[in-house]
Design a protein around this ligand. Structure first.
Ligand code: NAI
Length: 246
């Protein structure tokens, strides 16, 4: 129970990597507050998380809306009294070749993935600075490190998340707040389920460990980064990619 008594916020926590992180943290003793723009599965996910015996808050929040975020954070503080951990996980893709990319697809991806991370980090920084402790983990991507044809918007957003992580780590370190990132490779979720089978097979050939990652592969690294075991780690990007990018 390495997170006993902790309060964690996970954005985009209704499914996929975010839900797995929420489940892992709850199993380790943390009460969890999940938020997501898609209300459909929030209630089911809340019920699933409650089977761990922890307290769970689940709310509809769009990470691009500061109004939604402030409202949510106030609810978390009213219910739990503090915020120890923030996982900036909400993310989207709108893939396409850059010469044909609509402005709306560029803006949507940058707004959710990068601005959403800024918005939430800014909002939790105040309570964390007051309590002089906190752990923030941003979910980036290896695409933000190496780039990918057809994902200029996504790569730019995740590269931005990595640069943002390093800057926030430097700013917040004096208040005992650690800010790190995980950079997953290819993980089996709704985000990747629609990739064509032949592309999936090609991708596996490029992964030295010979398999796609699972959501729990990412969740376990996030758990390490928010635990006391990682107390002296900040501003780092940990790749969870089966050795794909070295
Ligand atoms: P997913 O699509 O299953 O989950 C993303 C969640 O974020 C969804 O529940 C969605 O409703 C929510 N979301 C989207 N826009 C939002 C907004 N404006 N406000 C609040 N919530 C919003 O995808 P997955 O795979 O679990 O992705 C989680 C994170 O991991 C994302 O940041 C993604 O970019 C990143 N990632 C995923 C990889 C993969 O292979 N699946 C690889 C590398 C990074």
């Amino acid at each position: 129970m390495v997170l006993k008594g902790k309060i964690s916020i996970i954005t985009g926590g209704a499914r996929g990597i975010g839900l797995s992180i929420a489940r892992t943290f709850a199993e380790q003793g943390s009460d969890v507050a999940i938020c997501d723009v898609n209300p459909d599965v929030l209630e089911t996910s809340k019920k699933e998380l409650e089977t761990t015996g922890r307290n769970v808050l689940a709310e509809k929040v769009d990470v691009t809306s500061m109004e939604d975020i402030q409202h949510f954070i106030q609810k978390v503080l009213d219910k739990f009294g503090k915020i120890d951990i923030l996982i900036n996980n909400a993310g989207i893709t709108r893939d396409g070749l850059l010469v044909r990319m609509a402005d709306a697809d560029w803006d949507a991806v940058l707004n959710v993935n990068l601005k959403g991370t800024f918005n939430f980090t800014k909002a939790v920084s105040k309570p964390m600075m007051k309590q002089r402790s906190g752990k923030i983990v941003n979910v980036a991507s290896i695409i933000g490190i190496v780039g990918n044809a057809g994902q200029a918007n996504y790569a730019a957003s995740k590269g931005g998340v990595i640069a943002f992580t390093k800057s926030a780590a430097k700013e917040l370190a004096s208040r005992n707040i650690n800010v790190n990132a995980v950079a997953p490779g290819f993980i089996d979720t709704q985000m990747t389920v629609s990739l064509p089978e032949n592309l999936k097979n090609d991708i596996i050939k490029q992964i030295p460990l010979g398999r796609w990652g699972s959501v729990s592969d990412v969740a376990k690294v996030a758990l390490f980064l928010v635990s006391d075991a990682a107390a002296y780690i900040t501003g780092q990007v940990i790749q969870v990619d089966g050795g794909m990018v070295t």
